[in-house]
Design a binder for this molecule. Sequence first.
Ligand code: ADP
Ligand code: GLC
Length: 489
Amino acid sequence: MKVLSVTAEVFPLVKTGGLADVAGALPAALVAEKIEMRTLVPGYPGVLAALEDAVEALTYGDLMGGPARLLSGRAGGLDVFALEASHLYDREGNPYLNAAGVDWPDNGLRFAALARAAADIGLGKVRGYKPSLIHGHDWQAGLVPAYLRYDDASGPPFVLTIHNLAFQGRFPREQLSAMGLPDHAFTIDGVEYFGDIGMLKAGILMADRVTTVSPTYAAEIASDAGGMGLGGLLKARGEALVGILNGLDTTVWDPLSDPLITKPYSAGRLSGRAANKAALQARFGLEIKPDAPLFGVVSRLTGQKGLDLLLAALPMLLEMGAQLVLVGSGDAQLEAGFAATSGVAPSRIGCVIGYDEVLGHQIQAGADALLVPSRFEPCGLTQLSALRYGAVPVVARTGGLADTVIDANPMAIASGVATGVQFAPIDQVSFDEALRRTIRLYRDKSIWSALQRNGMNTDVSWTASARRYAALYRDTRAKARSSGKPPSV
Ligand code: ADP
Ligand code: GLC
């Protein structure tokens, strides 16, 4: 079965967060399920530079304001369609933001173009390639089913995955015709959303199926409290909304063969972690102290991630003899907050502001515990890497964090299943208590190494979830067929 994946970012070509990891890992994971996945991605400079054996698959005289070409080829180990449209994508840096960190003003048109191209591929306009299903990611793919619907043509079924409901893709209604949508699309049963064009809303409403990246997040968002304005619509989709946990690319994240870390190790040879901890302390200029509990953070610095709670907890952590290493970037205020802390206790706290994949791996391999105090977290991938690398995850009990970490309460410890520390409610008092509890657990070497080993033995691969996606694709296609939607190849 051929599936077209539509995404604004994909590892290793372009990445700002976990969406890229997921879009990059799924195609390989689906091979075992006999799904051939091809990825449509905007032709940013880095994508076009990586493209090999490119063939022109489609040309546009005018796609949202300029000429464009769809190029088919290989890039970063993936089969891709790159949408070359210099007026939309020929910009260096972050795919969504300008150099000042502000959304590009034409983001509506930039991703409407991506959705338009996806719909055209679905409609069979590329010679020799017609997908049986389109799988779109986040708001950037939300208009795919709208183009299929208002073209009144018979396209393949569409599955939408929500990676983060906080990003909804809202644009002024004046852009409707520039996006190539008819006036009658602007209704509550169409793309209209609180007086604007709502791309994620359109996707949720019109997709054959909606998935999100963990079962708990699926339940949280189908409610007024967690729905961020879309809770009613998500609730109305009923059983069409399901949660499928993300996996990890276990070839990229493998402590036994990771070329980015100091010394390889495994659950059976945990002693190998000590060299990674010492190297990490040295890298961040911290005192090299094998017994100091070393906390790590690898994160975007935004309100979602709850790291303001960590800033407030730092005096307590220092008092308890702990150390902290962080690599992160995002909101200016949080960046400044963490940058300032390195100066307070340089032998105990090290913060690198920026995005650094190598440091991400080294922190997972060397830190004793990884902190993820998110206020909400659709799935989260860093706690999965932490499990795999024996960095005990300390997480807020929300979304995918709730689904992937087993709290080290006395019963779970006694039963030998605990893998980390969870806290709730998500506030300062319970976060501080979780940090104190983590340090108490750390001081008990046999409990701590059991937590590490349990985590490292947890299956965080894509195997089970790839099977779920494959089953969902097949079921969606079968239902679309029986409801009279003509199937494609
Ligand atoms: P989100 O997508 O919300 O940012 P995830 O946990 O799903 O959160 O995925 C984040 C991904 O980005 C992980 O692969 C993580 O290692 C990586 N990452 C985030 N921030 C940084 C950073 N500053 N440096 C290196 N890697 C980072
Ligand atoms: C989003 C979410 C994160 C999730 C990732 C990949 O960025 O914030 O929780 O893991 O997408 O699905």
